[in-house]
Design a protein around this ligand. Structure first.
Ligand SMILES: NC(=O)C1=CN([C@@H]2O[C@H](COP(=O)(O)OP(=O)(O)OC[C@H]3O[C@@H](n4cnc5c(N)ncnc54)[C@H](OP(=O)(O)O)[C@@H]3O)[C@@H](O)[C@H]2O)C=CC1
Ligand SMILES: O=C(O)CCC(=O)C(=O)O
Length: 411
């Protein structure tokens, strides 16, 4: 199912549970602004290459719009729109004072040199600099982008507006990035998983995990889960998948993956077909890569009892129905991966205050936010007699709706 149709369906179901006014419902669904720009750069060999960049600014009722920028060949306007909408509900669930946005450029970062990536990022920033800003829209990294990408955006933006570290988060520490931001999404996944398992009388150390994706989110989630005794029995990335029923040595796997640009060939387990990873035997499945990977084609074959959505929209609504009938418990993306944007908020606050937090403060505050988020979602589940996804959506949508009404949306 198309990502936008899926996300909008979840939103509409939440609006129904909340009994939202139909005009307000429509207004909350339509994005505030959709930007599409053409970015042409000279390649290293002197030829020209053109790319399409997007930034969808979905909603700003609760504060400046916030969300990552993705570099991936499958970036398309509907997906960016869905991801921007998810950011609106996610920042509200996390209770950070932001709205939602997302951006992306349709490109294959692995096929571009570092200087080509820099030129592309600078041209994209030149095209959107007037529409982003510290109190307007604050980008961050997502798939295919990283602190270096944020450093280039910061530098290009600052040429037009003066030095502005708070215009992006997820920056390198030397440019005002926050300690703990690199690990934040994975650490948030750990805290959210701990809260969920505790609710079911279980602990991470009793559970066998499978993780799809071994980039920023997947590799940090794997490291932190295994540090507290969780057994990670299989992981995958684009290059391949590896399985070890006794538990993979994640420290060795991270080192191998950095040295070999992927996990393919790692000898601490047996190679696995990445397509079968999601349906392998485990207790907890953690999709941490692309959207839509759990769908009606494979939902019936999923053997995990818990799914922690570290990726954005990995499960489509048809799969949700199938999995719910099977009794699989899903911790939804807008709660499970909200650790990233929560520490982005801490970074923005530190930049505005000009005062640095130590890493212990960042991590302990993150735990407070994630645990509170889980409690608030559970409370909505009890109020509306619904599952965790609808608990999270009703929590987020209700907070955004209240701010919208207070600000006077009827003009
Ligand atoms: N970064 C953040 O702070 C946040 C990220 N997210 C979400 O988490 C997910 C991952 O993002 P992030 O870790 O930052 O991105 P990265 O680019 O750092 O990593 C993505 C990972 O997914 C792998 N991957 C891509 N396609 C597939 C596939 N078809 N099968 C298996 N693995 C695949 C990549 O493999 P390879 O390296 O081989 O290409 C890589 O290991 C995304 O959905 C993102 O939106 C959510 C909240 C915050
Ligand atoms: O850190 C941020 O601002 C946004 C992270 C993001 O893109 C996401 O949560 O999907």
């Amino acid at each position: 199912m198309n990502a936008l149709t899926a996300t909008s369906r979840n939103f509409k179901n939440a609006a129904k549970l909340l009994g939202l006014d139909s005009k307000l419902e429509k207004s909350l669904l339509i994005p505030f602004r959709e930007i599409k720009v053409e970015c042409t750069i000279p390649k290293d060999d002197g030829t020209l290459a053109s790319f399409i960049g997007f930034r969808v600014q979905h909603d700003n009722a609760r504060g400046p719009m916030k969300g990552g920028i993705r570099y991936h060949p499958e970036v398309d306007p509907d997906e960016v729109n869905a991801l921007a909408q998810l950011m609106t509900w996610k920042t509200a669930v996390a209770n950070v004072p932001y709205g939602g946005a997302k951006g992306g450029i349709g490109c294959t970062p692995g096929e571009l040199s570092l200087s080509e990536l820099e030129r592309l990022t600078r041209v994209f920033t030149q095209k959107i600099h007037d529409l982003i800003g510290i109190y307007i829209d604050v980008p961050a990294p997502d798939m295919g982008t990283n602190p270096q990408t944020m450093a280039w955006i910061l530098d290009e933006y600052s040429k037009f507006h003066g030095y502005s570290p708070a215009v992006v988060t997820g920056k390198p520490i030397d440019l005002g990035g926050s300690l703990g931001r690199e690990t934040a999404t994975g650490r948030g996944v750990l805290f959210a998983t701990q809260a969920l398992l505790e609710d079911y009388g279980k602990s991470i150390s009793d559970q066998r995990f499978i993780i799809q994706g071994f980039g920023n989110v997947g590799s940090w989630a794997a490291q932190l889960i295994s540090e507290v005794g969780g057994k990670v029995v299989a992981v995958s990335d684009v290059s391949g998948a590896v399985k070890n029923n006794k538990g993979l040595d994640i420290t060795k796997l991270v080192r191998y993956s950095l040295e070999n640009r992927g996990i393919n060939g790692f000898d601490g387990g047996e190679a696995l077909d990445p397509k079968s990873l999601l349906t392998e035997d485990c207790d907890v499945l953690v999709p941490a890569a692309l959207g839509g990977v759990i769908n009606r084609e494979n939902a019936n074959d999923i053997r995990a009892k818990f799914i922690i959505e570290a990726a954005n929209h990995p499960t489509d609504p048809e799969a949700d129905e199938i999995l719910s009938k099977k009794g699989v418990v899903i911790l939804p993306d807008i709660l499970a991966n909200s650790g990233g944007v929560t520490v982005s908020y801490f970074e923005w606050v530190q930049n505005i205050q000009g005062f640095l937090w130590d890493e212990e403060k960042v991590n302990s505050e993150l735990k407070i936010y994630m645990t509170q988020g889980f409690k608030n979602v559970k409370e909505m589940c009890r109020t509306h007699n619904c599952d965790l996804r609808m608990g999270a959506f009703t929590l987020g949508v209700n907070r955004v709706a209240r701010s919208t009404v207070l600000r006077g949306w009827e003009a």
